[in-house]
Design a protein around this ligand. Structure first.
Ligand code: FES
Length: 114
């Protein structure tokens, strides 16, 4: 029997133009995810900066946003939310780790990992 997708939250908990943080069980441990919704685009990334491995938020679930870019609260790296790429700062050229998500009946889900 195929495994079921893992439900994260209802889509309407992710307002367009804001970052929504959520904890999810991934690969055997709880991970902090950030979800970005802009129009029809949905992106999910691990809440880990590639520069020094720190969380990106300045307080749990609170993120610095500037012109649709996420600014790491630790040292100011700027990430383009459409693809997670770092466009300025100490890890320019690196990327946030994207996490695959799906929208199923109005719910954001992680695909099953079989
Ligand atoms: S940990 Fe994010 S810029 Fe240094």
């Amino acid at each position: 029997m195929p495994a079921e997708p893992i439900t994260l939250c209802p889509l309407d908990q992710c307002p367009p133009g804001e970052i929504h943080a959520i904890d999810a069980w991934i690969d055997g441990e709880v991970q902090s995810l950030l979800i970005w919704r802009d129009g029809t685009t949905l992106q999910a990334f691990l809440n880990i900066c590639p520069h020094a491995g720190r969380r990106l938020d300045y307080a749990p679930g609170k993120f610095l946003l500037q012109d649709q870019r996420l600014i790491c609260a630790a040292h100011g790296a700027a990430f383009r939310l459409s693809d997670g790429s770092c466009v300025s700062g100490p890890c320019r050229g690196q990327n946030l780790q994207a996490i695959a998500i799906r929208l199923i009946d109005g719910m954001l889900c992680l695909p099953c990992s079989d």
